[in-house]
Write a protein of this length. Structure first.
Length: 79
């Protein structure tokens, strides 16, 4: 976490689909009212995961490090 941004969230491929990513997001929700994350635009599986968790794309940009297009996604949590 960097403020309200998720700097990274990785789950080993062998453990994906078992609720670990969702659990990590739920834990992060306890500390913040909203979260943002940047996801490579070509990474459709990960974008789908975040959309199922309530995130929506708010803007698009180019990653300064890799040069790939990214979606900036945001989720606001009601308390």
């Amino acid at each position: 976490m960097q403020g309200s941004a998720l700097a990274a969230l990785f789950v080993a491929p062998a453990w994906q689909g078992q609720g670990i990513g969702r659990e990590l997001l739920e834990r992060a929700q306890r500390w913040r009212n909203e979260l943002t994350i940047e996801v490579y635009k070509e990474n459709h599986r990960t974008i789908g995961f975040y959309e199922r968790c309530g995130f929506a794309a708010v803007t698009e940009k180019v990653c300064a490090h890799a040069g790939h297009r990214e979606l900036v996604m945001r989720c606001v949590f009601s308390r």
